[in-house]
Design a binder for this molecule. Sequence first.
Ligand code: TRH
Length: 380
Amino acid sequence: MPELNTRWDIFCTVVDNFGDIGVTWRLARQLVAEHSLKVRLWIDDLHAFERLCPDIDIEASQQWQQGVEVCKWPTDWPPTEAADVVIAAFACQLPSAYMDAMAEREKPPLWMNLDYLSAEDWIVGCHGLPSVKYKHVQKYFFFPGFQEGTGGLLREKGLLERRWQFQQSPQAQREFLQGLGIDRAEDALLISLFAYENSGLASWLETMASDSTPTHLLVPEGRILADLERWLGVDGLAAGAVHVRDALTVQILPFVRQDQYDLLLWSCDFNAVRGEDSFVRAQWAARPLLWHIYQQEEDVHLDKLDAFLERYVQGLTPAASEAISGLWRAWNAGETMGDHWQSTRKHWPELQKHADAWCLEQALQADLAAALVQFYVNWI
Ligand code: TRH
């Protein structure tokens, strides 16, 4: 890849949750660290950002974080020179003054829409195609994805090697977990749970509590806590709380910084994740996982769920495939989880091996940051 002395602007509006900022912050850091680019990240909500990166100053209109120029999206847009490459994350609308600045450049910038992640087949046909124009500035679709012909997934250089080393070291894992106040029993299944509200949770907890082997469930503070409180019969769950119900220990964790969240996923035997970014990180953890997909209108998210499952289960025996698919579908429909969890547990060694193989297969693709840079190189 040639040395690129270019400026990139990434625009992020926080619609809800943490996925918008989670993805753009990760991408911005990687473009700086691995491609030596000058990156500005424009964000409209620094509060959401602070949860992932507590070092930020939420009052600052401009600040440097890990080599990225982080700018608060101003209400009144000041005169700003447009960058060489402009990324609008998740179809966010750029400020009109900035669009004019793009059009005024002698050489128009490469303008891309970084789309939502999907495993659906149509993604391949649309990735890289021209979208709308503003004056003479052309916008392009850029689709992340799991298959050849897409923009790939965010994956930092050396990520899998770092993960492997961590997972090979019981001491590193113990130290990390102890830092979060987690005292893991040797024989307990360790599970992390990051999810939206879910009426299926109670039946899953019930099954884990009555299991013959112990489970230690780690729950970062978030939207699932109300369901958990209801089942435990307690109020005001907060980080640090530990409750034991028969074979199940439930422990509430603080929402940790993004890099620490990776270590949490790497430490657990099973990860329940959601949305987009944690979903991808759990795949890099190479452990069996459960995805709570972000709900969309008219249930279009269910097509996305099926498209992913169809890909993911390839190579599994029919019984293991049925078990994991059943578990994911039940979770996303808020249905009873007990039988599905028991079937999943029966196929554990196979599902573990498969998670590893899936991770390696996905890592054969170019990572998303490299694919974006390559797209730019091809474009110039
Ligand atoms: O927060 P999310 O539900 O985000 C969602 C989705 O991205 C969805 O597709 C999008 O439309 C919507 O936002 C607007 O889930 P996601 O994508 O996993 O983002 C969570 C981020 O938070 C991710 O970067 C991981 C990070 N995280 C931490 O840094 N620390 C933590 O303790 C936890 C639990 C998460």
